[in-house]
Design a binder for this molecule. Structure first.
Ligand SMILES: [Zn+2]
Length: 424
């Protein structure tokens, strides 16, 4: 065990089971194998420290039964810990618009401590956090990795890159306040420099705002923002340094421009057209479409401070995005689960799965999007994304069969990350 907290949690969970062995045998009624797409009956998973060393069945288990710790989850189905490719763990979902201006980055980070824990307890063991001022996401990631805090495995972007006055700038205040988003960079060379700066301060991924957005003041949701030259320059720099690029893009021109420039994922993707679908298929670009959040924005958004202009933009975006989610999936585009949690409450991430099924996926496809596809996008498929030998022991469980009822994922009853039980 790497540190005191992890040791304490591991010891607590093992003590509850009566011993202190390093090897855990985890069994349940069934397991979703996201790689084959099949439900495996009576699985038994052998875990040593933070890794899965064997995936077998309870029938084949006699060799292990006396020498190891047992965690028996009767009536439950195991799944890999799920992966949300679009979160804002240091954003307060109840503070939008002008309300958010009163919160310092230090305060945002402190709020993020609880949000990270809520996210993990919901069954999301890995997040890609795309957009955080002040590198609050870097601090949170490092504290979780060092065992000081409880939360998901985080891959983080730091401040989102964007143009002056664009979706990722700070546009709420008049000029005398000189407010400016930390990731603002105009022109190819400034954009390249900003990529380098984000890497210097700890980014694992680059987030760029390619078009206007719903929640930013004064931007047209569909309009392209970065030019091709700017986008290509920053994507090339990120790729040279071994980082993937996530592009916030709603409008078709901006989506197509971003895909042509080589981004790894399109976030939102609301108004994708035929050309965009063709390009994404050709280039292997992932789509991360947040099709649950519209319900929160239109339901609770006004009370949370979302501006009327943003609510109006959401009314003309949400339904189209859902129709285009179906089209993108039907066309065979690679899809991940990205929720935009932080715009809506952390811990509600997996409510999106049932919407992904409503809008065209089978339950196993939605679960694959939220696991192995996320791992592949992050280029971590050898370590994460499924319950398989050699991977990190990130495992969750639900009561019953999630392939019959995907909404069971809204009530995850067991969470293990890195071989440590956090919820049982
Ligand atoms: Zn977002």
């Amino acid at each position: 065990m790497k540190n005191a907290l992890r040791y304490f949690l591991a010891a607590a969970s093992l003590a509850a089971l009566g011993s202190h062995a390093d090897t855990i045998v985890l069994s349940a009624d069934a397991m979703v194998d996201v790689e084959s797409g099949k439900l495996i009956q009576n699985p038994a998973i052998i875990i040593e420290d933070d890794k899965i060393v064997s995936v077998t069945t309870q029938d084949a288990l006699s060799d292990f039964s006396e020498a190891t710790q047992r965690i028996e989850l009767k009536g439950k189905t195991l799944l890999p810990g799920l992966m949300d490719m679009h979160t804002h763990l240091t954003s307060d979902p109840h503070e939008h618009g002008y309300k958010r201006l009163a919160t310092s980055q230090n305060r945002a980070l402190l709020k993020g401590v609880g949000y990270a824990e809520a996210t993990l307890m919901a069954g999301v063991t890995t997040v890609r956090n795309v957009g955080a001022g002040g590198y609050t996401d870097v601090a949170l990631r490092d504290a979780i990795n060092d065992g000081e805090l409880v939360g998901p495995r985080m891959f983080v972007s730091g401040p989102s890159l964007g143009i002056t006055g664009g979706h990722c700038d700070s546009n709420l205040l008049p000029p005398e306040y000189k407010a400016k988003g930390q990731g603002v960079a105009d022109g190819p060379w400034e954009a390249v420099a900003k990529v380098r700066e984000n890497i210097k301060y700890g980014a694992d991924v680059i987030k760029v705002c390619a078009t206007g957005g719903v929640l930013s003041k004064g931007t047209k949701v569909g309009a392209q923002q970065y030019s091709f030259e700017e986008m290509k320059a920053l994507v090339d720099e990120a790729h040279r340094r071994g980082l993937i690029v996530a592009a916030h893009a709603h409008g078709a021109e901006g989506i197509n421009n971003a895909i042509r420039a080589g981004v790894d994922s399109i976030e939102h993707g609301s108004f994708v057209d035929k050309e965009g679908i063709k390009l994404a298929k050709k280039n292997g670009t992932y789509f991360s479409m947040d099709i649950y959040v519209t319900e929160y924005i239109l339901g609770e958004g006004e009370a949370a401070g979302i501006l009327e202009e943003s609510l109006a933009k959401e009314r003309m975006t949400g339904e189209t995005q859902r129709e285009n989610f179906r089209k993108a999936h039907d066309a065979g585009i690679k899809m991940v689960m990205g929720t935009d949690a932080g715009v809506y409450p952390h811990g509600d991430n997996l409510k999106q799965l049932s919407r992904m099924v409503t809008f065209g996926m089978t339950p196993i496809e939605a679960l694959q999007a939220a696991s192995i596809n996320g791992a592949t996008l992050l280029k971590k498929e050898k370590e994460l994304g499924s319950i398989a030998e050699g991977k990190y022991a990130d495992i969750i469980a639900v009561d019953g069969n999630p392939l019959d009822d995907i909404s069971l994922l809204e009530d995850v009853s067991f969470v293990m990350k890195d071989g440590v039980v956090y919820k049982q």
